[in-house]
Design a protein around this ligand. Structure first.
Ligand SMILES: [Zn+2]
Ligand SMILES: [Zn+2]
Length: 233
C-alpha cells in the first residue's frame, strides 16, 4: 500500500534547487550542508566578511548611503547561486518560505527585541505581470512569517529599469537612482527590514533605503540571501 506522501512524490517529484537531483525536498542534505554561509564577523553596514566586525568598511564608506545595516545568509556562490535562480524563475517561489526562514535566523539577533516592518525591493509592475510573482516579496513573506513580523508593501518602482547585471559599475548607480518611491505613510517613525535576493553593488538597496528614509523610516536593514563579493571589488 503506497502512502499519500510517496504518491505525491511519484506524481510531483521535487528536485533539489541546488543540484537538480530528485530529492523529495526543496534542498537536498548535501546542498544544504555546502551552502557558503557567512558565519563569522562582517561589516555591519554592507555585510562584507572581515576578520573583525566593523561598523563600516572601505567598500561601503563612500558609496553605501541611507542603508544602516546588512544581514546576508551566504556568499553568492554555488549551490546558492542556482537556488536563487530557481527562486526567481520556474515558479520557484515555493522555495521562499524555506529560504526566508534560513536568513531570518541571521536577522533575529540583530533585531534586539524591536518589531520592524518587513518590506522588499519591488519589481516594476510590468515585469511582475510577465513573471507572475515578485520573488523578493515572496522571500519577505518567508522572513516575516519566521519572525512573526508584519510584511508591508512600502515601495514601488517608478521606472522600468534594466537588469543591474547587464550594466557596468557606474551604470548600475544611475540605473536605479530615484527609481523607487514610498507608496504609503507606514514607514514613518519605524525601523524597516528591506528584503532582496542578492546584494551586489548595493545601489538598488540604497535607492530603496533612500525612499524609505524620505518617508520617515528611522533605520533600514537590508536582509539578503547572498552577498556577491564581485560588487565589493
Ligand atoms: Zn542538492
Ligand atoms: Zn562595509
Amino acid at each position: 500500500m503506497i502512502n499519500y506522501g510517496t504518491a505525491m512524490e511519484l506524481l510531483f517529484p521535487t528536485r533539489c534547487a541546488g543540484c537538480g537531483e530528485y530529492a523529495g525536498r526543496p534542498l537536498c542534505p548535501a546542498c544544504n550542508a555546502s551552502m557558503p554561509l557567512i558565519g563569522g564577523p562582517a561589516c555591519i553596514r554592507c555585510g562584507t566578511p572581515y576578520p573583525h566586525e566593523v561598523e563600516e568598511c572601505q567598500v561601503c564608506r563612500d558609496r553605501i548611503k541611507h542603508l544602516d545595516a546588512t544581514v546576508a545568509l551566504a556568499v553568492y556562490e554555488e549551490p546558492l547561486r542556482s537556488v536563487i535562480h530557481k527562486l526567481k524563475y520556474d515558479n520557484g517561489w515555493r522555495l521562499a518560505p524555506l529560504l526566508g526562514a534560513m536568513v531570518a535566523v541571521r536577522l533575529a539577533p540583530r533585531l534586539a527585541g524591536k518589531q520592524p516592518l518587513v518590506t522588499f525591493v519591488p519589481m516594476h509592475r510590468r515585469k511582475r505581470r510577465t513573471r507572475g510573482y515578485d520573488h523578493a516579496e515572496k522571500l519577505a513573506r518567508g522572513v516575516g512569517q519566521a519572525l512573526g513580523l508584519a510584511v508591508v508593501t512600502l515601495l514601488e518602482r517608478t521606472r522600468y529599469t534594466q537588469a543591474q547585471s547587464a550594466l557596468c559599475h557606474d551604470g548600475r548607480r544611475s540605473n536605479v537612482e530615484g527609481a523607487f518611491r514610498a507608496v504609503n505613510g507606514e514607514a514613518q517613525g519605524r525601523e524597516v527590514v528591506l528584503v532582496d535576493d542578492v546584494f551586489t553593488t548595493g545601489y538598488t538597496l540604497c535607492a530603496c533605503a533612500r525612499a524609505l528614509k524620505a518617508a520617515g523610516a528611522v533605520k533600514v536593514t537590508a536582509c539578503v540571501l547572498a552577498r556577491d563579493m564581485l560588487g565589493a571589488a
